[in-house]
Design a protein. Structure first.
Length: 78
């Protein structure tokens, strides 16, 4: 199956995709809060985990922004 670009999707499809990415993003945030708090309470160095947490959240955040911009552009065209 070929992947569709955001420009090929309709507004309802984009909104559904945005909700999926937002759910994934929030799940990752909760996961990293738990991991970082465990590292803090165990007295471990968690600077590396902070870098990994940010590195995993940034691509997802960029996808959410791209989808939001595409929704705004398509709604402006209508």
């Amino acid at each position: 199956m070929q992947k569709k670009k955001y420009t090929d999707l309709s507004v309802p499809q984009l909104k559904k995709l945005q909700k999926v990415f937002l759910g994934i993003f929030l799940g990752l945030v909760i996961l990293w809060i738990i991991v970082l708090s465990m590292m803090y309470y165990n007295g471990k160095s968690f600077a590396t985990f902070i870098a990994v947490a940010v590195a995993t959240l940034i691509p997802n955040f960029i996808n959410i922004l791209n989808i939001s911009n595409q929704i705004k552009q398509k709604e402006k065209e209508l």
